[in-house]
Write a protein that binds this ligand. Structure first.
Ligand SMILES: Cc1cc2nc3c(=O)[nH]c(=O)nc-3n(C[C@H](O)[C@H](O)[C@H](O)COP(=O)(O)OP(=O)(O)OC[C@H]3O[C@@H](n4cnc5c(N)ncnc54)[C@H](O)[C@@H]3O)c2cc1C
Length: 442
């Protein structure tokens, strides 16, 4: 990005993936950034967690090849990391209960057609129904009158295709059950990942903890380029004074030309709620509904020779088991992930261990008992990506005060790519904004 003439001093609240993305773009344009982060470890919802049982992630994450902005910024701050940071797996859905679909390395969209036509567990009629559904997705962007929810859109698909393909893909991509999920957003994500280049649909499974993957290299890069990172600095108030923004934390305060709040909606709402002209925006953010994600890390005293790094089961809830031996070199360790709401939220640790154990024994035969290492339930993992959600813009009613984050208006659901794109777009907007006539807070 072209360097602007006047260097601005910009405060960014939150060292999650959106805040760091914004900080990189603003730094590239010649601004001086200060990033404030309340936690000890950067990365927000996608961060490393240190426990007495070892280092884990706040939840197992998987990226896809279509996450172009995330991969681009990773390359900016740490050249080579967008390939060495991941185990790259061509689109593979391996359900020992009945379906195996694997995309061969062919140009798109042949890879997808071949994956579906060669899939095990679907009849020819089911395969053709899935292929026709994907072909219809191209039209959704240009058409009005398409169904609101994913449930309505897939109602005509054969049951097995719904249960093994669309329902788990929707929950994985939008973290929202099909009956609540926006078909428009689902169609966009499917289109971007399934119909672009064939590598767009690859799964990218992190081979290091999430903080080491992007947030730490990003912070090092920002500091090397003149920016400041203030960890364990929780901003408690914002005030507009003498044409500048004042950030306050426990022990001190600082002045900035502009501020980006890159915190989750709840935290952003508490800061906005202190500014009289931002009351209704704060209420809007407080009204956002969320979906949970549960990740259970379990360890076996033996190596688990799983066939794929990611194996799925459908009943009683969609559950994906990641082989952490394949990605993090942690022998005998798996991460089981259940996305969105469902009966699994009531399971205790014993039930989780039993569910994981039964599934692994189904594919590997008798195993010694596992031990539970860590169960992490993020109740507010992502917003509920429904058809009627109104996402706020990057701008606020206050001049020089902006919002970035996975929930801000944008084409993607609540994902790392959504967060990174939001940070990039917010920074670009801030750079473009010259004097505006927006009212200042009173
Ligand atoms: C368990 C789980 C699994 C997920 N799996 C996937 C996945 O597989 N693939 C995918 O793409 N996405 C996944 N996501 C979603 C993804 O993690 C988020 O969309 C993304 O991390 C959001 O980034 P963000 O920067 O918008 O917000 P956040 O990550 O919430 O970052 C906000 C930051 O602001 C800080 N902050 C808040 N208030 C203040 C304050 N007052 N002062 C200073 N700092 C403050 C917070 O500490 C935090 O670090 C998952 C999320 C979870 C929780």
């Amino acid at each position: 990005m072209k360097r602007s003439g006047t260097k601005k001093n910009i405060g960014i609240i939150g060292a999650g993936w959106s805040g760091l993305a914004a900080a990189i773009v603003l730094t590239q344009a010649g601004n001086k950034v200060t990033v404030y982060e309340s936690a000890k470890i950067a990365g927000g919802r996608a961060r490393r967690v240190e426990t007495e049982h070892g280092v884990f992630d706040n939840g197992q994450h998987v990226l896809i090849g279509a996450y172009s902005e995330t991969l681009r910024l990773m390359e900016t701050v740490s050249p080579g990391s967008s390939s060495t940071g991941f185990l790259r797996v061509p689109l593979t859905l391996n359900y020992p209960d009945g379906v195996l679909l694997r995309a061969p390395r062919l140009p798109a969209p042949l890879h997808l057609a071949a994956a579906l036509l060669l899939a095990r567990g679907f009849s020819l009629a089911e395969k053709m129904a899935a292929i026709n559904f994907i072909r219809g997705l191209q039209k959704v962007a240009f058409k009005t009158g398409f169904p609101d929810s994913v449930a309505e859109a897939i109602a005509g698909q054969p049951e097995k295709v719904r249960r093994f393909l669309w329902e788990p893909l929707c929950v994985a991509a939008l973290n929202t059950p099909v009956r609540l999920a926006s078909f428009k957003v689902f169609a966009r994500v499917l289109r971007d990942s399934l119909t672009g280049s064939s590598s767009n649909s690859d799964f990218l499974i992190p081979m290091q903890d999430l903080t080491s993957l992007f947030p730490n290299p990003a912070m090092n890069w920002i500091q090397r380029h003149g920016g400041t990172i203030k960890m364990q600095h929780r901003i408690s108030a914002l005030k507009f004074e003498n044409a500048r923004w004042k950030t306050s934390w426990e022990t001190d305060e600082a002045l900035h030309d502009a501020i980006i709040i890159a915190a989750s909606p709840t935290h952003a709402a508490s800061l906005l709620g202190l500014l009289p002209v931002c009351q209704s925006l704060a209420l809007q953010l407080d009204g956002i509904n969320y979906q949970p994600i549960v990740t259970v890390y379990a360890e076996y005293p033996v190596t688990l020779p799983l066939r794929t790094p990611l194996t799925g089961w459908i009943d009683p809830v969609p559950l994906f088991i990641f082989d952490l031996n394949a990605t993090l070199d942690r022998k005998g360790m798996v991460a089981a992930v259940a996305s969105a709401e469902g009966p699994h939220l009531d399971w205790d640790n014993d039930r989780w261990l039993a569910e994981i154990h039964t599934r692994l024994e189904q594919v590997l035969g008798p195993l010694p008992a596992p031990k539970l290492i860590k169960r992490i339930t993020e109740k507010r993992a992502t917003f509920t990506c429904g058809p009627t959600i109104v996402r706020p813009p990057h701008t606020t009613p206050c001049k020089g005060l902006y919002l970035a984050g996975d929930y801000v208006d944008g084409p993607y659901p609540s994902t790392l790519e959504g967060a990174v794109r939001s940070g990039v777009q917010c920074a670009q907007l801030l750079i473009r904004h010259h004097e505006s006539e927006l009212p200042n807070p009173t």
